[in-house]
Design a protein around this ligand. Structure first.
Ligand code: SF4
Length: 279
């Protein structure tokens, strides 16, 4: 049993319930789309209340938000493996070993000076899901892996609630080196590093991108729109045309557990989107 992160699940009320969506059943709270006892246990451990769905079972196929969020961010061009302005070495066409070696040796931006390790990314290289965060933090920099520590544990629990283990998805960040003091990445750093993520997407060939956190979402979708307005819909990644679902960063959810309900909605949206894609 996973430890409870934020104490006992909250009692569900009708407050804020939207018509046609999940309705509370206080007598026997359970979410009908969560199929196994194990998934229910993970959701309880996350502090997410379980609900009974009213009306016809199943979520209708989500509509893509097309056109995708218009690219308004001029200082951070969309990801492209062959971008002419990218300062990173040309890695278009590289295989995994070449790509990993290029990242390890990379000195294309100033972040190379302060890093302990590059953080390449982990998980299945044939995954349907690709989880994209922002940049390594202190612990990631020490271990060389993305999403470790408490935020990483919460991400793992969120994935487990969907029936996914960390090794069944591919997890990477926009940046492969830690910005000092965990500050936001600078546009020129994202620009320098973007070819690596673009190549990772091309090699994994995921079917859906889950963008976690504001920085990841705004750079991936080339927009300044706040994450609260990007979540809850399906976008198209400008370069790969893959569906993108945006959700909150686990570190934010640790600070603001009340938002975990929305994060769970986002994960279900991503799962249903994937389910409804053509094979
Ligand atoms: S952040 Fe990216 S571009 Fe900058 S040094 Fe690290 S790997 Fe290279």
């Amino acid at each position: 049993m996973w430890p409870r992160v934020f104490g006992a699940p909250r009692v569900c009320t009708n407050a804020g319930r939207r018509r046609g969506q999940l309705a509370p059943d206080l007598g026997d709270p359970i979410h009908m789309s969560v199929r196994s006892d194990r998934q229910r246990a993970y959701l309880r451990a996350l502090g997410i209340p379980l609900w009974r769905r009213q009306g016809p079972p199943g979520r209708s196929a989500p509509e893509f938000d097309t056109p995708a969020v218009p690219p308004t961010r001029q200082d951070t061009p969309a990801l492209s493996a062959d971008s002419a302005v990218c300062a990173a070495p040309v890695i278009a066409g590289s295989d995994w070993a070449e790509l990993e070696a290029a990242v390890t040796d990379c000195r294309a931006c100033a972040l190379c000076e302060g890093r302990t390790r590059t953080v390449f990314g982990v998980g299945s290289r044939e995954a349907d899901w690709m989880i994209i965060g922002e940049a390594p933090g202190a612990e990631e920099d020490r271990q060389g892996k993305p999403f470790v520590g408490r935020a990483g544990q919460l991400l793992d629990k969120m994935l487990l609630a969907l029936g996914l283990r960390r090794d069944q998805v591919f997890v990477a960040n926009l940046l492969k080196c830690r910005p000092p003091g965990n500050r936001d990445p600078k546009p020129e750093e994202v620009l320098a590093c973007q070819a690596y993520l673009a190549r990772q997407i091309a090699l994994v060939r995921p079917r859906i991108l889950l963008s976690v956190g504001r920085v990841s979402a705004q750079h991936l979708l080339a927009t300044d729109t706040p994450v609260g307005r990007l979540r809850g819909k399906v976008h198209r990644h400008p370069d790969s045309a893959l569906p993108v679902v945006v959700t909150y960063h686990p570190a934010y959810l640790l600070r603001k557990p009340v938002e975990k309900r929305k994060a769970w909605d986002d994960l279900q949206l991503a799962r249903d989107t994937l389910k409804n894609l053509n094979p």
